[in-house]
Design a protein around this ligand. Structure first.
Ligand code: ARG
Length: 461
């Protein structure tokens, strides 16, 4: 049987393989609500412009509502033979509303239709993600406030570097996620133009009102170039780029949770809610949720790369290649949504072991920089010399079986720098170290508290 939508030129139906490679309904059916919404906006405009008569418009809108009811009620039969969501809806509409249904597609093509539907879906999804990211930021900022003065080791190269506070470390992620939200907001601003009415690629000779359909669908304005409207998918790419960066941030944090929950670190514990056991090793508590958040970044980044590769080299305007824009984007944005929610759950569940973190903060000569700074401040040494002297002191302590710096006697320290006096011991403790980092953005507990409060206030408004 030849196709109802373009059967005029065709005598027979497609090969089974053609249908299999061509049909997108299995995944694009999730655009059904956006498709009906777009059709209703287009229809009202066609009616207002006198392009479709009132009686026909009524039959079509009733029919679209009936289709909506069937899909919502689970009685709608999606058909691969009808390729995609647009033709599935339209074909059912024709069955319900009769020949009037054929007027809906006046001054419209599936090319501007799919671009509209997908923009609406990406926009809706960005709005949901924004709320979820804000929730994760709130969870992090609350925990940061509660532990604004809990000392932990700060790392570079994953080697103990300088003591910081747990709250400060968590707020680093709040900053990153704040920028992720900003990137999604930027993407949303640029995507919020309506392609509807661009038709196949050239526009239409019908007296349509694109400003009206744009407004009805919550777009800021119609797109200005009909070819661009149906050709580009940068609106999805931008959302995927923001998602890929966000997923990368979540993955780094997830990796830290994996490290911190090992018995070797034991900085934090997760409860039964976010861990699993082992079928053979009774002692195990595995941070599977964190591991999966770490891994899921791969899918999100993959979706971005896949679509960039699909789009590169495509001549304008529409090509069927662009149907490949949806499946991975659906997956990627939903994956980020799940990962974000799981991360918020884990952050709320995390129980830090502050005593253990503090002990670890002192290990590995983490206050060596404090000592060097003290030599500069107290004795007037140039920083490079102070660095060298401190290095020798660290070497000395290390040679004594990795003894802490504060175990060196004054006499020992004076072998390296004769002017060192008692006052030096005050800067060797981790509490003093973090308290001294009062520069703007530094880890001093008062700073951290103020930053956590600033974020919580901003997130609540
Ligand atoms: N299912 C198609 C897609 O997602 C809809 C657009 C089809 N347009 C066309 N000219 N064949 O891209």
């Amino acid at each position: 049987m030849s196709n109802k939508m373009w059967g005029g030129r065709f005598q027979s139906g497609p090969d089974a393989l053609m249908e299999e490679i061509n049909a997108s309904i299995d995944f694009d059916k999730r655009l059904w609500a956006q498709d009906i919404r777009g059709s209703l906006a287009h229809l009202s405009m066609l009616e207002a412009q006198g392009i479709v008569g009132t009686a026909d418009a009524k039959a079509i809108s009733d029919g679209l509502e009936a289709v909506r009811g069937e899909i919502e009620g689970g009685t709608f039969t999606f058909s691969r033979a009808l390729e995609d969501i647009h033709m599935n809806v339209e074909s059912r509409l024709a069955a319900i509303a009769g020949p009037a249904a054929g007027r809906l597609h006046t001054a419209r093509s599936r090319n501007d239709q799919v671009a509209t539907d997908f923009r609406l879906w990406v926009r809706d999804t960005i709005d949901e993600l924004d709320g979820q990211l804000a929730d994760l930021m709130t969870a992090l900022a609350e925990k940061a406030l509660a532990f604004h003065d809990a000392v932990m080791p700060g790392f570079t190269h994953l080697q103990s570097a300088q003591p910081v506070t747990f709250g400060h470390h968590l707020l680093a992620y709040v900053e990153m996620l704040g920028r992720d939200r900003g990137r999604f907001a930027d993407a949303r601003r640029r995507l919020n133009e309506s392609p509807l009415g661009a038709a196949a690629l050239a526009g239409t000779s019908f007296p349509i009102d694109r400003r009206a359909t744009a407004a009805a669908l919550g777009f800021d304005r119609p797109t200005a170039n009909s070819i661009d409207s149906v050709s580009d998918r940068d609106f999805v790419l931008e959302a995927l780029a923001a998602a890929a960066i966000g997923a990368m941030h979540l993955s780094r944090f997830a990796e830290e949770i994996v490290i911190w929950t090992t018995p070797q670190f034991a900085f934090v514990a997760l409860s039964d809610k976010f861990t699993t056991g082992s079928s053979i090793m009774p002692q195990k508590r595995n941070p599977d949720a964190a591991e999966l958040v770490r891994a899921k970044a791969g899918r999100v980044i993959g979706a971005l790369v896949a679509l960039l590769v699909v789009m590169k080299g495509l001549p304008l305007a529409y090509a069927k290649d662009m149907q490949e824009d949806k499946e991975q984007a659906f997956d990627a944005l939903q994956t980020l949504s799940l990962a974000t929610a799981a991360m918020a759950g884990m952050v709320r569940d995390l129980r830090p072991d502050t005593a253990r973190m503090k002990t670890a903060a002192g290990a590995g000569y983490a206050t060596a920089t404090d000592l060097a700074d003290w030599l500069v401040r107290e004795l007037g040494l140039p920083f490079r010399e102070a660095h060298h002297a401190t290095g020798r002191l660290v070497g000395m302590a290390s040679a004594k079986g990795d003894a802490p710096l504060e175990s060196l006697t004054l006499a020992e320290m004076r072998e390296v720098e004769p002017r060192i006096h008692e006052g030096v011991y005050a800067v060797l403790g981790v509490e003093n170290s973090v308290r001294s980092r009062t520069s703007y953005g530094g880890t001093a507990p008062d700073n951290v508290k103020a930053q956590a409060e600033r974020w919580l206030k901003a997130l609540r408004s």
